[in-house]
Design a binder for this molecule. Structure first.
Ligand SMILES: CC(C)(COP(=O)(O)OP(=O)(O)OC[C@H]1O[C@@H](n2cnc3c(N)ncnc32)[C@H](O)[C@@H]1OP(=O)(O)O)[C@@H](O)C(=O)NCCC(=O)NCCS
Length: 273
């Protein structure tokens, strides 16, 4: 059973998916507590998807513009909608406040769905395995904020796309790590990543199953095993950890980080290789 804050989101938002028609038939359209109706399934190869696609791009611009990581429209098409999918929550335009409509540059008179969050993921060559490359939630920009929207959006995408193994890259210090680590322990595939725009990025791998995702959405806590605490801006330790990983050691971020003053603290532990 979903915790109350997630039920509230399902009561006030509509789940949606954007992909191409051939992919759509492979997805689970009855995820978590909801159903994705035909009118909420957008085929990026059809003209009728154009407006929703533009609004998702604007959502991305608002979320990532200030980090220099906003996507060109062709990247959304080539690297998300065509090979994989964009899954999120939306609200009908007439139920949204003017400030939000302005923020998303919603055209006057538009009556359709306006995205408030999304997750983008692409399948990799490993069977059942995906790379999640974008998570955005504007839940705190609404006149009635939607706490929990970021976490619920990723859980929704996992269930729609039936993801068993997820890879992703994110920056140490990003709030999003709280979401990724809440859903499952994260094996650190890299701790310091010079190939990324931001070298202080980690790349992770997580395994999901329906039962454990349901437990997270019911807000059941995991028991935390013995761990070391890593601080988000300790570049020396993070580079040393990268060397340990490259030498074959397996390191896992066990659970959600916590924040004190301006620093994030991560419970990490070495696992058997
Ligand atoms: C990161 C982001 C997706 C979080 O969305 P959200 O809707 O606020 O997420 P949730 O409400 O589900 O919050 C998840 C947790 O993070 C916490 N949190 C949210 N914003 C926070 C902040 N600014 N500082 C500290 N903690 C925060 C919440 O309290 C919650 O903690 P809990 O599990 O202990 O209750 C959203 O802020 C965003 O889109 N940011 C810009 C884009 C970005 O950086 N994306 C991540 C790329 S990998």
């Amino acid at each position: 059973m979903l915790a109350k804050k997630y039920q509230y989101i399902f009561q006030n938002c509509r789940p949606f998916v954007i992909s191409n028609g051939a992919n759509l038939s492979h997805f689970n359209m009855s995820p978590l507590d909801g159903t994705i109706e035909k009118s909420e399934q957008f085929d990026c190869l059809k003209m009728e998807a154009a407006q929703m696609f533009d609004l998702v791009q604007q959502c991305d611009q608002v979320s990532f513009g200030d980090q220099g990581m906003a996507m060109e429209k062709w990247v959304m098409f080539d690297c998300a909608a065509m090979p994989g999918a964009i899954v999120g929550f939306a609200i009908e335009a007439n139920k949204l406040d003017q400030n939000y409509l302005k923020l998303l540059k919603v055209p006057k008179g538009y009556q359709g769905l306006v995205p408030v969050s999304f997750y983008m993921a692409i399948p990799t060559v490993e069977k059942g395995s995906w790379f999640g490359h974008n998570l955005s939630s504007l839940g705190n920009r609404l006149s009635t904020p939607l706490p929990g929207l970021g976490l619920l959006t990723k859980a929704l995408a996992i269930d729609v796309l039936q993801i068993k193994t997820m890879y992703g890259a994110t920056q140490w210090g990003s709030v999003a790590i709280k979401i990724h680590a809440a859903l499952a322990p994260m094996q650190l595939m890299s701790a310091y990543t010079p190939a990324h725009t931001h070298p202080m990025s980690l790349c992770y791998k997580s395994n999901y199953d329906r039962k454990s995702i349901q437990d997270v959405m019911a807000q059941k806590e995991r028991v935390l095993a013995d761990h070391e605490v890593l601080i988000h801006d300790d570049e020396a330790r993070i580079q040393a950890l990268q060397k340990q990983i490259e030498a074959g050691e397996k390191w896992v971020l066990l659970d959600k980080p916590w924040r004190e003053k301006e620093q994030w603290f991560y419970p990490i532990a070495q696992a058997a290789s």
